[in-house]
Write a protein that binds this ligand. Structure first.
Ligand SMILES: [Zn+2]
Length: 91
């Protein structure tokens, strides 16, 4: 799990996600399944903490250690897009 503070944190992870051409499945708003390199799926959860921090959780080993993994980056790019659409829809 890590706290997203800036986009710069994600740069490397996004580059990896792009290279991997992974598949991201939408489960519900804030919950996604990202296909790993071995064909397994990792669940990534994007949520807001009580303090308003953007918290990202992934089921892989890297994220367990607090690393920004590429699964999270892949899920976040979808999540951010959906969140933006929702915002414009309610305006
Ligand atoms: Zn991960």
């Amino acid at each position: 799990m890590f706290i997203l503070e800036s986009k710069a944190q994600l740069e490397k992870a996004i580059a990896k996600a792009m290279k991997t051409h992974t598949q991201v499945k939408f489960i519900s708003f804030g919950t996604y399944a990202v296909k790993g390199t071995k064909g397994n799926f990792y669940t990534v959860i994007c949520e807001r903490s009580e303090r308003g921090e953007k918290v990202v959780k992934c089921g892989c080993k890297g994220a367990e250690k607090g690393l920004v993994c590429w699964h999270s980056a892949a899920a976040l790019s979808l999540h951010i897009g959906i969140a933006r659409q929702r915002q414009t829809a309610t305006k």
